[in-house]
Design a protein around this ligand. Structure first.
Ligand SMILES: [Zn+2]
Length: 349
């Protein structure tokens, strides 16, 4: 693998493994119990190391209750759980909007700052998402809702995370799955995942999917046609995350994605911590109120009149009116819903 050559990635390249971590499913265990029981990360054996904890191939925070590995010792599991925390932080918004119940079940909460009345909470069992923006305007605070004609945009701050650990968490998933005899070729990746500071600029790629996947999925590639290196793809909620693993020189190949694949590349110095990143998602609920162009144009016209008929305010007036008309219709719709609910015959208890 040459470091300076450009590689065009073929999204249709065939993976060597596809895994789906269903929130509730039968248990699948990868690897062997031995004896002797063996850890594929530190390459030590029982009883020098213990194997009491469950080793999740995909994080339990992403809903994995079905896919486990028998070949990770408790010490490496503890180290790995730190990487999963960074990955789950990066995917905070996808966790709330995907409605995939976390491993322990129950609601999924996202509260970026403590002590203020702004948070999100998803109840996967009744498919309900509550977004609390508290008092005051939408323009401050770490949870924001913007209404538009087709639904709403939810934006939030995600907790601080280390991008290098997001990449490590992805690589760790591949190391769980590759056959044992393939691990020597990935020895440099093993060392890096275990904490050695070998990759100066860890890099991964993020694409938004058109729909929401109701479970965490994984596809794994070996180097081959259209695939410059080992590659991990994690699919979760509306996000597809890919990491192309570097060779032993840790000079990753330059990648080109087809124009039809909108991909954001994340590349940071190895020790970088992202402290305040905004992420957004568009939610388009069924039956959401819709504002027509005519309604918006009328509202924008009156706003322009009220604003003193100045030039150059057309776009602002239009955007403001789009949100205002949508909000007004939503409030009217809620009042109508409450009125009908009150009129409906009550059942006697
Ligand atoms: Zn170990």
């Amino acid at each position: 693998m040459s470091s300076n050559k450009r590689h065009v990635v073929d999204p249709r390249a065939e993976p060597f493994a596809r895994l789906l971590a269903a929130p509730v499913s039968h248990r699948e265990e990868l690897g062997s119990k031995g004896p002797p029981r063996w850890c594929r990360f530190c390459e030590r054996f029982a009883p020098e190391v213990t194997f009491k904890k469950e080793a999740h191939v995909l994080p339990s925070a992403l809903g994995n209750r079905s896919l486990f590995s028998l070949e990770e010792c408790d010490e490496c599991n503890w180290r790995g759980s730190k990487l999963e925390t960074d990955l789950a932080g990066f995917l905070s918004l996808a966790r709330v909007t995907s409605m995939v119940p976390p491993g322990r079940g129950g609601p999924i909460k996202h509260k970026p700052w403590s002590g203020i009345d702004r948070w999100m909470e998803a109840m996967p069992n009744d498919r309900r998402l509550t977004v609390r923006v508290g008092a005051g305007g939408d323009d401050d605070g770490p949870v924001r809702v913007t209404l538009h004609r087709d639904g709403m945009r939810l934006s939030t701050l995600v907790p601080s995370y280390r991008p290098a650990n997001v990449a490590r968490a992805l690589a760790r998933m591949l190391l769980f799955v590759v056959p044992r005899e393939e691990l020597p070729a990935l020895h440099h990746i093993l060392q890096w995942v275990r904490g050695a500071d070998l990759w100066r600029y860890p890099r991964y790629h993020v694409a938004r999917m058109p729909g929401t996947l109701p479970a965490a999925g994984l596809t794994l590639h070996r180097p081959g046609p259209g695939m410059p290196s080992y590659c991990v793809n994690l699919y979760f909620g509306h996000v597809a995350l890919s990491c192309f693993l570097p060779d032993a020189s840790f000079e990753g190949p330059m990648l080109e994605f087809p124009a039809s694949e909108p991909v954001d590349t994340y590349e940071y110095p190895a020790d970088f911590v992202v402290r305040s990143e905004w992420v957004s998602v568009d939610v388009v609920p069924g039956g959401f109120v819709r504002a027509s162009d005519e309604e918006i144009a009328v509202a924008a016209y009156y706003r322009w009149l009220e604003g003193g008929r100045r030039d150059g305010t057309a776009l602002d007036d239009w955007l403001w009116s789009q949100e205002e008309v949508t909000r007004r219709k939503l409030v009217a719709g809620q009042a109508e819903f409450r009125r009908r609910s009150a009129e409906a015959p009550q059942e006697d208890g």
